[in-house]
Design a protein around this ligand. Structure first.
Ligand code: GN1
Ligand code: MG
Length: 351
């Protein structure tokens, strides 16, 4: 597909003086930065193997944008720009679904949380997003990936992979698989909270890595971005994914597992930032599940990576042989380090 021939002109861009460079590190969608006559934009192709109904994302984003305009007009919401035909999600036959965002001038995203203050700012932004949308009727939101953070289903998918997946890969990773099975009690806690009226469904982002927060040049959080997986969900998804991705100085890609550690000051910063916005929203019971949130998300990501490894990398893909095994091992080491901190951190923020 020649982007310059069909995609960009559909958004009103002409070839002259235009540059297009790959942008960001997302695993699912393709993202480019477009620069033209001194202005910058973000172009994305939505992965429609993963998001089988991209229209649902577009409809959620519209609903949320309208709600912010009507209720919180000063919130810095990054809405997609319309293409020439007026649509904010453009389908180009035999190529896919595209959307264009303005690049927010003066903003930047971070790939890693380097200081507790950055973690605090990001957590505050994700908490604010959910809080400001507490008045939105969640039944109006479409489901963009069914059962996305359903830990019970993720465990089932892992068991199915063990039955039907790549036998050689299973045989070569029996230690890790056993370790994963040994932690299945994390699933039972999740299953119990599904029927607990104290656990509320709210507008949940479901992908709270720090690169999904825009910061200004003073390092203050501006807003959250990447609303593809915004759906009704539980707060443990958002808090848990922050713990999973900010606590450790190295990412899920790190192969030197000795570098994996849990930074207690980042834990406190995440809880404080999130509660700054959400303390009056969370129920007494939910408030006791901050530490569990981390177990829930780290374990789910380990399950998803090992399942994908056994399924020959069908979902995440792999840039080298065994990449999803490395990621899964990394996440199980992180879970281990995290659990070692339960005595020190487990009660933090419960008051
Ligand atoms: C995927 O594409 P990206 O990097 O934003 C995944 C997340 C995982 C993450 C792990 C739709 O997110 O759930 O946590 O990879 N998104 C989807 O890096 O599956
Ligand atoms: Mg994402």
């Amino acid at each position: 597909m020649n982007m310059l021939e069909s995609v960009l002109p559909s958004f009103g861009f002409r070839e002259d003086d235009l540059t297009l460079v790959p942008f960001g590190e997302g695993l699912i969608n393709h993202t480019w930065k477009v620069s033209v006559s001194g202005n910058e934009y973000i172009l994305q192709r939505v992965n429609d193997n993963v998001f089988t109904k991209p229209q649902n994302i577009a409809s959620n984003v519209r609903l949320i944008a309208d709600y912010f305009i009507a209720n919180w007009p000063s919130y810095h919401f990054v809405a997609p720009l319309a293409a020439i035909n007026g649509e904010d999600l453009l389908y180009i036959p035999s190529s896919g679904y595209y959307r264009m965002f303005p690049f927010v001038a003066g903003s930047h995203a971070k790939q890693v949380a380097q200081t507790p203050t950055q973690a605090y700012e990001a957590a505050l932004q994700f908490g604010r997003f959910t809080r400001l949308l507490c008045g939105l009727d969640i039944s109006g939101l479409d489901i963009t990936i069914p059962s996305f953070h359903n830990l019970g289903l993720r465990y089932e998918q892992f068991l199915t992979a063990l039955e039907n997946g790549n036998k050689d890969r299973i045989a070569a990773s029996t230690d890790l698989i056993e370790q994963v099975i040994n932690h299945q009690s994390i699933v039972a806690v999740y299953t119990a909270l599904l029927s607990d009226p104290q656990f509320k469904l709210r507008v949940t982002h479901h992908d709270t890595k720090i690169s999904n927060v825009l910061f200004d040049d003073q390092d203050k959080g501006l807003c959250v971005i990447d609303l593809d997986t915004v759906m009704p969900g539980y707060f443990i998804s958002d808090v848990g994914d922050m713990l999973r991705t900010y606590l450790c100085p190295v990412s899920e890609e790190e192969k030197d597992y000795s570098k994996i550690e849990v930074r207690a000051d980042f834990y406190k910063a995440i809880i404080n930032g999130y509660k700054e916005e959400m303390k009056n929203e969370l129920t007494e019971k939910e408030n006791k599940y901050f530490f569990y949130a981390g177990k829930f998300m780290i374990y789910m990501q380990a399950l998803r990576f090992i399942t994908d490894h056994i399924n020959d990398d069908k979902y995440y893909g792999a840039k080298y042989e065994g990449q999803n095994l490395v990621r899964a091992t990394n996440q199980m080491v992180l879970l281990q380090r995290y659990l070692e901190n339960e005595k020190d951190l487990g009660n933090y923020g419960l008051e």
